[in-house]
Design a protein around this ligand. Structure first.
Ligand code: GLC
Length: 458
């Protein structure tokens, strides 16, 4: 067993011992934050709700070893050794305008770039820290180039930021290494101010690793797998991220920025992570499913198989039909290029959205609940039934409390329908069904938004 793992194990054991006896400190932190009214939040969220599709980008030094963005932690690579990757990071093929064109062609309305992941390497200028793309071999402020190009392409600009930084031992057990944890917090507050002051308007701040319970985690060793503290054992130590202070600065600098729910701050939307976290329909608490274009990590891994268009469209449709957004991740190569087969898949997705976007963008999920057949979306006085899977010759949906005036397929063909007070029956002959998603547009006699999501009783 390597020295680092041994050291980590020892720290973890000590952490778990101290976890129970450390004096209560910041448990009230979340409650000290200003309350956000629902209408304020809904106003901020209006564009995001309509956007529906975003692109996530995980890019940093970890693209060089190409074994995922967790490579340093998983392989317990010492900081000094990992830091040497910065001298090889020369993204000669990075062209932010080409990225932005690809994302736009994918049908995305926003993008979120890892300005700094857990490894601590900043893709932006931070005068308080040497571990950046500006001070090392790349000599470029990659965030600046990205922001300008994304904005220029008419997309909304998002930044991912991890308050947690593996280079500070205090992240793992702040009560034993309080000074280190506090230095990490100083960096977090400073870098946040830089990101929110120097790059114009930022539309999304996508936190990761900023929850208090990521600190001083349970102390139970589980291979090298990172584990959040179990909810029954919240952190009660002396360290605080001072998220309340950060939150007021953040709202002052960028009043409209949207924040996900991973930093113990009043959140604008929640993150559901990975295809397995698709979850249930929820039109009350705004949420986004983020997932990868490959079967593999978020960061670049050359042999990770790309998901099929069929699969990606199905996930997108299922998320939107559950009233969520869909953010698809790409991990560019170390030279800055999005691998051509991935870029090609993005364009295919965009071509699908180009034809079927009417049933995705600016829609809300429902009123039919998701089921084995697929999902539904609506906007104006149209309901879109997305049939992902047919069982039998007719699709039977529960009664719709509105009169269907017309039923057509989005690809132009016809649909026969029968409506009574118990059900709505839709028939599309097998030969006319789409291999991925047969989209049936129902024009109804009233605004669909007024119809509550229909219960199926199951
Ligand atoms: C996880 C991982 C991280 C990734 C993120 C995306 O929290 O720590 O590597 O950035 O998910 O949702």
């Amino acid at each position: 067993m390597s020295r680092i793992i041994l050291r980590t194990l020892r720290t973890l054991t000590l952490c778990s011992l101290l976890g129970g006896i450390a004096p209560a400190g910041n448990s009230a932190e979340a409650t000290m934050l200003p309350a956000v009214t629902t209408s304020e939040k809904e106003a901020r969220l209006a564009w995001w709700r309509e956007a529906r599709v975003g692109i996530f980008i995980h890019w940093g030094l970890y693209a060089i070893p190409a074994r995922g963005e967790w490579v340093q932690w998983n392989e317990q690579i010492p900081n000094e050794e990992y830091a040497r990757l910065a001298e090889q990071f020369r993204p000669t093929q990075f062209d932010a305008t080409a990225w932005a064109a690809t994302f736009k062609a994918a049908g995305a309305k926003y993008a979120v770039l890892t300005a700094r992941h857990h490894d601590g390497f900043a893709l932006f200028d931070d005068p308080g820290n040497e571990f950046t793309s500006v001070t090392t071999a790349a000599h470029r402020d990659l965030v600046a180039e990205y922001v300008q190009a994304i904005r220029g392409a008419g997309l909304r600009v998002g930044l991912y930021y991890s308050p947690l930084d593996w280079r500070f031992p205090g992240y793992i057990c702040p009560d034993i290494q309080l000074a280190s944890a506090e230095a990490m917090r100083t960096q977090y507050h400073r870098q946040m101010k830089e990101l929110l002051s120097n790059y114009g308007k930022i539309d999304i701040l996508w936190f990761d690793g900023g929850e208090t319970d990521w600190l001083s985690f349970s102390g139970e060793w589980n291979g090298s797998k990172w584990e959040k503290r179990p909810s029954a054992k919240p952190y009660h130590g002396r360290f605080s991220w001072r998220h309340d202070e950060m939150y007021s600065v953040l709202r002052r600098l960028q009043p409209d920025v949207l924040i996900n729910g991973r930093a113990d701050m009043p959140e604008d939307f929640r993150s559901r992570e990975g295809d397995g976290a698709l979850g249930d329909f929820d039109s009350v608490r705004p949420w986004e499913l983020c997932t990868t274009i490959v079967n593999g990590p978020w960061g670049w891994k050359p042999d990770a198989p790309i998901k099929t268009l069929h699969y990606l469209v199905t996930m997108l449709v299922k998320a939107v039909g559950r009233d969520g957004n869909y953010m698809l991740n790409v991990g560019p190569r170390p030279d800055g290029q999005i691998d051509p087969p991935q870029a090609e898949r993005l364009r295919e997705l965009g071509a699908w959205l180009g034809k079927n976007g009417e049933s995705i963008y600016a829609t809300r999920g429902g009123p039919f609940p998701p089921g084995d057949y697929g999902v539904s979306t609506h906007r104006g006085s149209a309901v879109y039934v997305h049939v992902l899977q047919w069982s039998g010759s007719v699709l039977e949906l529960p009664a719709l409390p509105a009169k269907v005036l017309r039923a057509t397929r989005l690809d132009g063909g016809g649909v026969s329908f029968e409506q009574d007070q118990h059900r709505l029956k839709l028939t599309v002959p097998p030969g006319a069904r789409d291999a991925i998603d047969t989209i049936i547009k129902l024009e109804i006699d009233r605004p669909a938004a007024g119809i509550a999501t229909i219960e199926t009783g199951k």
